[in-house]
Design a binder for this molecule. Structure first.
Ligand code: UN1
Length: 512
């Protein structure tokens, strides 16, 4: 907008303060502390927040634990009513929160709004779920007996989220946890605490309207790795759901394993697409473009590896180069922009390192350079890069959180599937083909080894109704739809004897 061009630093901070006020976060909360929050749009300072101390975190965990002890006794459909109210608050404030996501995380406005839509969708899902927390009844071996399983609330759930989906990831976890009878303690990325404060304020409004939610049902802790570690190590937190790098997940997973706590890990992706000879190329080009450059390549589901059948290789590369040329990179709040900034300078430097590694490994890089440095000297905009690689070398096998698409060619589908699976990560994948045999083979037990496998759509943009997550170094967790709710509850198997005998299992007899 005109005002941003006139005085970017002033107007982004002022706009964020105004949005936060409308979302229920007072301006005095934004000036007090040592944590500097900057907008990736122009690098300007948006706020200074107070961070929580170790003692604050321990107190928050205690409040959340106490909240759990009473919340677990509230009937699940009534718990669903709180989540329904949260969904209403999100609907009413979608435009403000979506815009704040754009300001703080740098994604384009339509994606900021889309992120809030995912929050609304998971609330709807969870409300329905609150009447469907079904267990099984199971045939028993013994006469006069019944066997069933019950699903009970688990406890206070820790949620560690990343900058790239600063609020939706909380909601995928929190909406399920709350209907499951759990409380939640959220540690957002230090890069995106403002959207977290806003979301917490919306939750508090919903809780106020609900009337009888216990204090501490949803806690927010702001700070760095140290406060995250307190959360991960505390015995009152039986489940931690963590989204972020594989390196972070390895540390969190090991600490949780040491105290036998449950881990739900959503870590790196290195998502691939195979384009077969029969593919609809118009569809494929659109899908590749958005999946590879959307969100400036900063989704865990971003398309990073493209395997093109050799018969299509050159024509498809030509089309992609033209499509990449037409991509508008710029201020994410402005209308034609498809690709906003990288989150910060570190992200830019890691991207440049990956591109130089790609060249050293024999690749040809098209694009990838910094853009708009004159207009935004403290922000990092880049032209999305295509890297034509001679082989799936080291750089292709690691996740770089930036818009780099590594392109390889293949001859036989089995070779493509082998290469596709031959990376440490296993989140999302897709195939473009109109051949039924190829599609079904990709989806079969010997096809893609990922948690998400798609046909004729890209690997990103999963709907909340399915279980979301992946295998191998992606961490194995599933959140969001399907039966992901089971991770947030504990299962009890119950055997009931309504007879006058005591038949033992496995035919055991004994005399007394
Ligand atoms: C993430 O990048 O952390 O499938 C999650 C998608 C989104 C979720 C991405 N629904 O792209």
């Amino acid at each position: 907008s005109a005002s941003i061009a006139a005085d970017p630093a002033h107007s982004l901070a002022a706009e964020a303060t105004g949005l936060l006020a409308r979302l229920g976060v007072p301006p005095e909360k934004l000036k007090a502390g040592s944590l500097e929050v900057r907008s990736p749009i122009d690098g300007s300072l948006l706020a200074r927040l107070q961070t929580h101390t170790v003692a604050d975190v321990q107190a928050a965990i205690e409040r959340a634990h106490r909240a759990f002890l009473s919340w677990r006794e509230v009937p699940a459909p009534r718990r669903g009513e709180l989540v329904r109210l949260l969904g209403e608050e999100l609907r009413a404030h979608k435009s403000e929160l979506g815009r704040l996501v754009s300001l703080e995380a740098g994604k384009i406005l339509q994606e900021g709004l889309g992120e809030v839509q995912e929050m609304i969708d998971i609330c709807d899902f969870a409300v329905g779920l609150s009447r469907q927390l079904y267990g099984l009844t199971i045939a028993t071996e013994r006469p006069g007996h019944a066997m069933r399983e019950s699903w009970h609330p688990l406890g206070a759930v820790g949620i560690i989220s990343a900058f790239n989906f600063p609020v939706a990831v909380w909601s995928w976890n929190a909406a399920l946890a709350l209907v499951a009878g759990d409380s939640v303690i959220w540690k957002p990325s230090e890069k995106t605490p403002l959207t977290a404060l806003a979301t917490q304020a919306l939750f508090e409004r919903a809780a106020e309207r609900f009337g009888t939610a216990p204090d501490g049902l949803s806690e927010l802790i702001v700070g760095n790795r140290t406060v995250g570690e307190v959360l991960v190590d505390d015995r009152r937190v039986p489940l931690v759901s963590a989204t972020g790098s594989t390196q972070m997940g390895r540390a969190v997973g090991q600490r949780l394993a040491a105290r036998f706590a449950r881990a739900l890990l959503e870590l790196g992706g290195n998502n691939g697409m195979i384009v077969c000879p029969s593919a609809d190329l118009d569809l494929a080009v659109r899908a590749i473009l958005f999946a590879a450059v959307g969100t400036a390549g900063q989704r865990c589901t971003t398309l990073r590896r493209l395997f093109i059948h050799q018969s299509l290789y050159q024509p498809l590369i030509d089309r992609l180069v033209r499509a990449y040329d037409a991509v508008s990179v710029g201020n994410p709040l402005e209308a034609p922009t498809l690709v906003g900034p990288l989150i910060d300078r570190d992200a830019f430097e890691r991207m440049q390192q990956a591109l130089s590694d790609a060249r050293a490994e024999g690749g040809t890089v098209i694009g990838g350079e910094r853009l708009l440095a004159d207009r935004y000297p403290d922000a990092y905009y880049v032209r999305p890069a295509l890297a034509l690689m001679p082989a799936q070398s080291a750089v292709v096998r690691r996740e770089t959180f930036a818009p780099i698409l590594y392109v390889l060619s293949y001859g036989e589908l089995s070779e493509a599937i082998h290469l596709h699976n031959d990376v440490p990560q296993g989140l999302s994948s897709s195939i473009f083909t109109t051949d039924l045999r190829e599609a079904e083979r990709f989806l079969s037990a010997t096809g893609s080894d990922c948690g998400i496998a798609n046909v004729n759509i890209g690997p990103s943009g999963a709907e909340i109704g399915g279980a979301f997550g992946g295998e191998k170094e992606t961490g194995g967790g599933r959140e969001s739809g399907s039966d992901a709710w089971k991770t947030y509850m504990r299962r009890a198997t119950n055997t009931i004897n309504y007879s006058h005998e005591l038949p033992l299992a496995q035919g055991i007899q004994f005399a007394i």
